[in-house]
Design a protein around this ligand. Structure first.
Ligand code: G6P
Length: 547
């Protein structure tokens, strides 16, 4: 049960922090050989990590750490379907979701690729029938709008891809006349926002839930089932609701025809499920299967790259190692992560004596410049990823402007990393005749790490690549830290406490039972809430948003 922090390479890196603290990015960036060695080119994607607080020596030491953590073996074990998610005794095979039809990927002695393609073929067929109007709603009208109900991994991945594709020329063409909306939050306001302007007669609801038990999703699903059946009669549900789940028994119990259920498997983690029917079904309904197949191919290209490239040229490995360096050695707390790596114990349950996992935030375009960049330039040190695209999805040129609108955007992409790295010294400011009382305010320390990822464009294929790069980076970090990036026990406690509150609210409203079993603060709040909302009927009548 050795921890990675007990190994020599970890200790060497700890000692190396002092060397790095003597450097400044301003100086490191003058070394062209160093910078050249920190560029990686793959399939027209360019990674530049020269603005990391690292020297080639740091990178070598990180490779030694990777060796001590048996990174290559762990990657191989993932691809070969071993149960690396040990706390749930499961394989971790989201790479199989985008493998080519003839690939062989085993889980529990069985090649899973044919099952994957069976569902993909089913999605292709179904989405084409809906899109070409041969599958119609209960009143004979084509279903042009889709509401995908799901939360967490059953929402965020598909939303990311949808957001990126919405402005892609090919995707726009194939989505003409159609709408895709996502209903995640359980707030009734979100139901109201979602159904505004939609007609049940022309709407298809896709219920997306790995377990088919998530409280928010199931309540939203029952709400939209009511929305459909109160408008079109209960038999309309069969034509207007389909499901994506690993639990097909519960899908049937809910009242959805098993023929209209799209399966996936317990070897797909919720957060890694966008390439399963979770994402592929709603996105194919909106954009057509052929566009989404390109997205899968992009992800697959990174899967092969991650599996086969040596570490020096391996984008997800480099990103993962640099994250480890920033979080566990330089002590920077933020960057990009999802629930996967927010752990306090190793995969064997040993408390970690170092920080693992980062806090994730970001903004598209220059929105960040106008909100939180002040903090990252002069306040806390927060390593940044800048993701840029060479070719805009929607170029705009205005006569008389100095540059195109995309060039304007990209000016910031190129400038910000240098602003963070170099900063601005008091000396420079004096030379510019800045008044003495403003010098300290206008000084930028610089030496703030970032990395840049330049993609050729943002079409479905590149979106798939971007997704897979970030998925695999998380895995690399988890493999090195020795944590399980594939379970999420940390979200369970809140859910079970909510169950206790739900029971109390029901008992108080229906039987007038006093609030009990909670601490002083929660009891006071709950009592206040119940008193102030005593007009909520005990026996709930059906009432949908009046919008
Ligand atoms: O897809 P479902 O079973 O409804 O789960 C939805 C979400 O629930 C949990 O909170 C998990 O932490 C997420 O990983 C998951 O994506």
């Amino acid at each position: 049960m050795a921890l990675i922090s007990d190994t020599q390479p970890w200790k060497d890196l700890k000692a190396h922090v002092d060397d790095i603290n003597q450097t400044h990015l301003r100086d490191l960036l003058t070394d062209d050989n160093r910078c050249q060695s920190m560029l990686v080119d793959f399939d027209d994607i360019l990674l530049d990590y020269s603005r990391q607080q690292a020297t080639p020596e740091t990178i070598q030491k990180l490779f030694q750490l990777a060796e001590a953590a048996s990174l290559k073996e762990k990657i191989n074990r993932m691809y070969s379907g071993e149960h690396i998610n040990s706390t749930e005794d499961r394989s971790v095979l989201h790479v199989a979701l985008r493998a080519s039809r003839d690939a062989v990927i085993q889980s529990d002695g069985k090649n899973v690729v044919p099952e994957v393609w069976k569902v993909l073929d089913q999605i292709q067929e179904f989405s084409e029938r809906v899109r070409n109007g041969s599958w119609v709603g209960a009143t004979g009208k084509p279903l042009k709008d889709v509401v995908a109900i799901g939360i967490g991994g059953s929402f965020l991945g598909p939303l990311f891809v949808h957001t990126a594709l919405q402005t892609d020329p090919e995707a726009i063409e194939s989505a003409r006349g159609r709408q895709l909306r996502f209903l995640a939050n359980v707030d009734p306001i979100d139901v109201a926002r979602n159904i505004t302007g939609l007609n049940p007669e022309t709407t298809l609801v896709v219920v997306v839930s790995k377990t088919f038990t998530t409280a928010e999703t199931m309540l939203n699903a029952r709400t939209l089932r009511e929305w459909i059946s109160s408008a079109l009669g209960p038999s309309a549900v069969a034509k207007h609701m389909v499901a994506v789940s690993t639990n097909l028994t519960l899908v049937e119990k809910f009242g959805i025809d098993p023929n209209n259920a799209f399966a996936f498997w317990d070897w797909v983690g919720g957060r890694y499920s966008v390439c399963s029917a979770v994402g592929v079904l709603p996105l194919s309904l909106q954009y057509g299967f052929s566009v989404i197949e390109k997205f899968l191919r992009g992800a697959s290209s990174i899967d092969q790259h991650f599996y086969s490239q040596p570490f020096e040229k391996n984008i997800p490995v480099l990103l993962g190692l640099l994250s480890i360096w920033n979080v566990s050695f330089l002590g920077y707390p933020a960057r990009v992560s999802m629930e996967s790596n927010g752990k306090g114990v190793s995969i064997d349950g040993v408390p970690l004596p170092f920080e693992a996992g980062e806090i994730d935030f970001g903004e598209p375009g220059t929105n960040g410049q106008h909100s939180f960049y002040q903090l990252i330039h002069q306040g806390r040190v927060i390593p940044c990823d800048f993701i840029g695209v060479v070719k805009s999805q929607q170029p705009v040129f205005l006569k008389g402007e100095v540059v195109s609108n995309h060039d304007e955007l990209m000016s910031n992409f190129f400038a910000q990393p240098d602003a963070l790295a170099y900063g601005k010294t008091a000396d420079q400011l004096q030379k510019e005749n800045v008044s003495p009382h403003l010098i300290s305010h206008k000084t930028f320390s610089g030496n703030r790490p970032s990395l840049s990822l330049l993609l050729p464009s943002l079409n479905a294929y590149n979106i798939g690549q971007l997704l897979a790069i970030y998925e695999h980076r998380i895995a690399v970090e988890g493999f090195i830290w020795g944590i399980n990036s594939f379970d999420q026990w940390g979200v369970e406690l809140g859910k079970s406490l909510a169950t206790q509150v739900r029971k109390q609210l029901n008992a108080s409203r229906t039987k007038g039972e006093p609030v009990q079993g909670f601490n002083f603060s929660t009891s006071t709040m709950l009592t206040r809430y119940l008193q102030a909302s005593s007009d909520v009927p005990a026996d709930l009548p059906t009432a949908l948003p009046k919008i």
